[in-house]
Design a protein around this ligand. Structure first.
Ligand code: AMP
Length: 540
């Protein structure tokens, strides 16, 4: 289905005004269920007007096309209005997890030279603490204060009250920058993955072709908007097709989630393996008596989906779970199981038509079936990122001979199914969140008692991987319960609660090679009781 009218590729316009023009103005765009279970319906016409107000407010503040605005919010209606409003005005919108701590925020806002940020009162302190180090940050827009607090701390309600609800998005060329997500690497600071407006083509296509959504569906995507799944499939894909979504502002709660599935009559549900494993662990009695008759399909993304979860779902909900694979850089689903095709539990499925993966060895040789190597994708799909912001060399290092190296390793079987094997770098995937060991190590070194640190991901039954920190203390300090609490709090406050190590191991030294690089491979092998391999360059 062609969603582009004329030359207009603007995501904000297509998801709102265009839906109204197609006669869906009175249709519910999202049913908002707050963390206290209060419900409010927002129609496409509401979404259009509220995002117009926000676009006009940005214009009044002096924003220009190409400026960067971040949202730093839990799931709230303003998240959607400001994201779409910014895009309408061709302001680039970055989204940040609300559990990010000061260092994580500073790295991202500083690198992007953000001009503005939309946040909540409860998160404001995190920004004011680092504001002095962010000379480009002119406006902090707070969704739950009624009046402006100062020249730069502004009230969202006051701003939109005085802004018109009429706004016409400029005709937006396909390659105009749109969405920015930061992703973690194993070395260096997080990288800003930049997308452009024509990503909507692939997001819309996969919403229909993979997620099976039609205008009569009710869709619930549990992903936070800080993550690419939350923007590509919690906003852009479904609304580009006029689909009604459920957005729930609370966290995980098995009973509440099943209440939502049943009472909102959800037809398509998109979630993640850790959440599904948590549901699997609950007492099976909890699920008795629910009627999920409206539910057509369940999809999963973010981590390997273990076959046991699929069996649990078949037995408990009477549905398969379709695993989908993609990443921030791909902007949309690339390899996937989908209704109508055979599911091989444990496999990510097969590539979409037009997506051409290859398994490539480190020396650049394209490998055949059943051989493990780097999972690479032939470049050129519409939702492919266009660069890492301010880091063209990192972008170039990932593209070789027309293939994008995803950082994952995989195997393709004789029938064309892809099987995820792991990462080719040290990035940790905990509950679907990519954590940089380097970021956690840096934050640990801010603690005065800690002399050295090395961080790895270790297998975990629930989270897929857990964060394990090896810590070497300065001689004059000893490890204690108090110090452990201090370390945990520090990582949570500076990096994020998700990056906080599940295990902290005190060591006499952290293995490094001759150039001083932490040998996480050695730490991991020791932790797992495996052979440490070649340690000829090791210097403890
Ligand atoms: P992100 O860029 O944060 O969305 O993380 C993308 C990474 O998560 C991928 O490169 C994989 O390592 C992992 N991932 C995403 N989906 C899957 C999946 N279905 N199976 C295994 N790993 C996945």
């Amino acid at each position: 289905m062609n969603i582009i009218r004329g030359d207009q590729y603007n995501i904000g316009h297509i998801c709102t005004r265009q839906q109204c023009d197609l006669g869906r103005g009175d249709k519910v765009a999202f049913r908002w269920v707050s963390s206290h279970q209060e419900r409010t319906n927002y129609t496409f016409s509401d979404l259009d007007r509220e995002s117009n107000r926000f676009a006009n407010a940005l214009q009044l503040l002096g924003f220009d096309a190409g400026d960067i605005l971040f949202t730093f919010l839990p799931k709230t209606p303003e998240q959607f209005f400001s994201f779409l409003g910014a895009l309408k005005f061709q302001v680039i919108c970055g989204t940040l997890f609300s559990n990010f701590g000061d260092d994580a925020l500073l790295d991202r806002l500083g690198d992007a030279k953000a001009k503005g940020i939309v946040t909540k009162k409860s998160l404001l302190k995190k920004i004011t603490r680092i504001k002095d180090q962010l000379p480009s940050l002119e406006y902090i827009i707070v969704t739950d204060i009624e009046e402006h607090q100062s020249q730069d701390i502004l009230s969202y309600p006051a701003l939109v009250r005085q802004a018109s609800d009429d706004f016409t998005a400029p005709i937006t060329a396909p390659v105009t920058p749109s969405v920015l997500h930061y992703t973690s690497g194993s070395t260096g600071k997080p990288k800003g993955v930049l997308h452009v407006h024509h990503s909507i083509l692939h997001q819309s296509r996969t919403t229909s072709e993979v997620l099976n959504l039609t205008t009569s569906d009710i869709f619930w995507c549990t992903a936070d908007q800080g993550w690419v799944t939350g923007t590509s499939y919690g906003i852009i894909g479904p609304w580009s097709l006029g689909v009604t979504q459920v957005h729930y502002g609370g966290g995980y709660d098995a009973k509440l989630w099943f209440d939502l599935l049943q009472n909102e009559a959800v037809t398509i549900w998109y979630s993640a393996p850790t959440a599904l494993r948590m549901l699997m662990r609950e007492d099976s009695e909890l699920y008795k008596g629910y009627d999920l008759g409206t539910l057509r399909h369940i999809f999963s993304v973010g981590e390997p989906l273990n076959p046991e979860v699929i069996s649990w779902s078949r037995a408990t909900i009477g549905k398969d779970i379709y695993d989908t694979w993609f990443q921030t850089e791909t902007g949309g689903i690339m390899i996937t199981n989908r209704p109508g095709l055979e599911i091989r539990p444990g496999s990510m499925g097969t590539p979409l038509n037009g997506i051409e993966p290859e398994i490539i060895a480190d020396d650049g040789k394209i490998l055949g079936n059943n051989q493990q190597g780097n999972l690479c994708l032939k470049t050129g799909w519409s939702s492919m990122f266009v660069t890492y912001l301010n880091n063209e060399s990192a972008y170039n290092s990932k593209i070789k001979n027309g293939y994008y190296y995803t950082g994952d390793t995989a195997v393709r079987d004789d029938d064309g199914f892809y099987w995820f094997k792991g990462r080719s770098d040290d990035v940790i995937n905990t509950a679907g969140h990519l954590i940089s060991p380097f970021e956690v190590e840096s934050v640990l070194l801010e603690i005065e008692e800690i002399a050295e640190s090395g961080v790895i991901g270790a297998p975990d039954e629930l989270l897929y991987e857990k964060v394990v920190a090896f810590v070497y203390l300065h001689k004059q300090f000893t490890w204690s319960k108090e110090l452990e609490v201090k370390v945990r709090l520090h990582v949570s406050n500076r990096a994020s609660s998700i990056a906080t190590p599940q295990e902290i191991i005190i060591v006499d030294s952290v293995p490094k090679n001759k150039s001083g690089k932490i040998m996480r491979r050695v730490l991991k092998a020791r932790y797992l009781g495996q052979d440490t391999g070649d340690i000829s360059t090791l210097e403890e």
